[in-house]
Every structure is written in structure tokens, then in C-alpha cells.
Design a protein around this ligand. Structure first.
Ligand SMILES: Cc1cc2nc3c(=O)[nH]c(=O)nc-3n(C[C@H](O)[C@H](O)[C@H](O)COP(=O)(O)O)c2cc1C
Length: 152
């Protein structure tokens, strides 16, 4: 399957590290949409969409891009890195892709390091911030590798 990874990663390039692993395993190109609006998925059979989580959401730029793409009958997957590392952040984009009749192959999430004071005064994030240090780590990369093997 001709594959492409489309992602948004800006804070610490945590998501980019996962995107690079997926691209390497798939032997495909990757595009950070932070720097471009020029994205075409013509001729690709499998597309991975990834983002860091910023204020409870994947990048609005990624949503906007998916809104504009024709993903009908394309194989797709979603991935994210976040302070908490939970998959629930992916669900809104998965639902959007489903509504556009894409074929959902799966979704992946892992922790990405952050410092709480960079975006929140909420004490709970201090704790999540501590637990996120060093991520994505070796185990996250191993999990990402397993995930992508199962997609192909
Ligand atoms: C402005 C900002 C807001 C964030 N909001 C959340 C959040 O709501 N939930 C969470 O779990 N992590 C949050 N984080 C942590 C990031 O999701 C995490 O560091 C992620 O790995 C960043 O990805 P990137 O380095 O690819 O940009 C936030 C980080 C920043 C900088």
C-alpha cells in the first residue's frame, strides 16, 4: 500500500518522533503540516494522521485539513502524543474520518513530555507533567512499532 504520514508537531517534536517511526516502518514520506498547506493524498492507499494534544484537542489545522480532503475509501489511522497519553483525544478525528467514509485501521496514543507551567496553572497537570518526562520512550516506540505492524 502506498502510504503517507500527515502530522502536526510543534511543542517538543514528540509527535514527530512517532511520525518518523511510522514513516520508516512504512517506507513512506511524512509531512508536518505546521509548515505547509499544500497536501495531496491522491494516489495514496494508507494515510496516518497525527498531532500533539493542545488544550484537550488535536491541532485545529489537522481537523481543517481532513475536512477538506476526500478520504472516502482510503485506509487511515490516527495517532497522538499528549501529557496523559490517552486514546480518547483521537476519537473526534476518528469520528470525522468515519463520517467521510474512510476505512479506520486503528488509532494510537502515547505520552509526550511537557512542562505544566507552559500551558496550565491547574495543579493536576503538574502530576501528569512529572509522569510524562522522558516520553516518548523506548517502550512507546516499541508499542508504536507493534501498532504499525498490525496495520500493514
Ligand atoms: C499549549 C499546550 C497545551 C497542552 N494541552 C494538553 C492537554 O490538554 N492534555 C494533555 O494531555 N497534554 C497537553 N499538552 C502536552 C502535549 O500534548 C504533549 O507535550 C505533546 O507530546 C506535544 O506534542 P508535540 O511535541 O508533537 O507538539 C499540552 C502542551 C502544550 C504546549
Amino acid at each position: 500500500m502506498k502510504s503517507l504520514i500527515i502530522y502536526y508537531s510543534t511543542y517538543r517534536k514528540n509527535t514527530e518522533k512517532i511520525a518518523q517511526l511510522f514513516a520508516e516502518k512504512l517506507g513512506c514520506e511524512l509531512i508536518n503540516i505546521k509548515n505547509t498547506d499544500d497536501v495531496s493524498i491522491d494516489g495514496y492507499d494508507l494515510i496516518g494522521f497525527g498531532s500533539g494534544i493542545y488544550k484537550e484537542s488535536l491541532s485545529p489545522k489537522l481537523f481543517k485539513l481532513v475536512e477538506d480532503l476526500d478520504v472516502k475509501d482510503k485506509n487511515v489511522f490516527v495517532f497522538s502524543t499528549s501529557g496523559v497519553g490517552m486514546k480518547f483525544y483521537n476519537h473526534k478525528l476518528v469520528r470525522l474520518l468515519e463520517s467521510k467514509e474512510a476505512i479506520i485501521k486503528g488509532n494510537f496514543a502515547c505520552k509526550g513530555s511537557f512542562t505544566a507551567r507552559d500551558f496550565s496553572n491547574n495543579k493536576i497537570f503538574d502530576i501528569f507533567g512529572k509522569f510524562s518526562q522522558g516520553h516518548p520512550n523506548t517502550k512507546d516506540f516499541k508499542n508504536a512499532e507493534e501498532f504499525i505492524k498490525n496495520i500493514i
